[in-house]
Design a protein around this ligand. Structure first.
Ligand code: TIU
Length: 219
């Protein structure tokens, strides 16, 4: 069984019971003109995660590993967007028109996954209204159907959707490995501390590894 080098200790990852989960690598977060920039962030910080994730995606596909993509966004009528999310601190960016279409709305350009990481046939795309990928989605069912026990997690942002998903997954009994160069944050200190919080106290939420170790493990 392949073993992946990781912090705080190496982990066995059986290809057949492991899924690569790529969280919210959408234009709305990673490119200017979307939700991330509307919130006042420098989106260029997130682009660093795209190429390492592309290498991991290729290795996973070559190994025959199950791949799942997620997207954060809402129905065009915003009926699945809680008022508390829509109007947080007086901000009403969600549903507004921007250069990539209506922000965080399904079917709009900004909602799409960046072309470099585009899903292919056989890779489920989980549309989620929240930050965590299990909340109000069928991700648990999709993973259970495949007998998945371990999640290798990439995506953005680390402290928001990635952390929410890893915490949800950990409570559901999955072992989660976050690849440090395949996640990113708009805030360098959140990136550093966000990774530490996953592995602290003996992998309380999961493990942290990197793209090269993943590719080596499944090669
Ligand atoms: N704002 C921020 O850092 N992230 C989000 O709102 N969503 C995700 O992380 N996907």
């Amino acid at each position: 069984m392949p073993k992946i080098t990781a912090v705080p200790f190496p982990l066995d990852i059986e290809v057949g019971s492991t899924a690569l989960v790529i969280i919210d690598m959408q234009q709305d977060f990673v490119l200017p003109g979307g939700f991330g920039e509307a919130l006042g962030n420098d989106t260029s910080l997130l682009l660093a995660a795209v190429e390492p994730t592309a290498r991991v995606l290729t290795a996973a596909r070559n190994a025959g590993m199950f791949v799942v993509h997620t997207r954060e966004g809402h129905r065009p009528d915003l009926s699945d967007c809680p008022p508390a999310k829509l109007t947080r601190v007086g901000q009403t960016f969600i549903g507004e028109k921007g250069p990539m279409g209506r922000i965080l709305v399904r079917g709009e350009k900004g909602h799409e996954i960046v072309p470099r990481l585009a899903p292919i046939a056989g890779e489920p795309v989980i549309d989620k209204p929240g930050k965590g990928a299990f909340h109000a989605t069928d991700l648990g069912q999709v993973l259970a159907t495949r007998g998945i026990k371990t999640l290798v997690v990439c995506g953005v942002t680390l402290e928001v959707a990635v952390h929410s998903t890893v915490r949800e997954a950990n409570d559901r009994g999955y072992e989660c490995v976050v690849l440090r160069d395949c996640v990113a944050s708009y805030f360098p200190e959140f990136y550093r501390v966000g990774l530490d919080m996953i592995t602290a106290q003996g992998a309380l939420f999961g493990w942290v590894s990197d793209s090269e170790s993943f590719v080596d493990a499944v090669d």
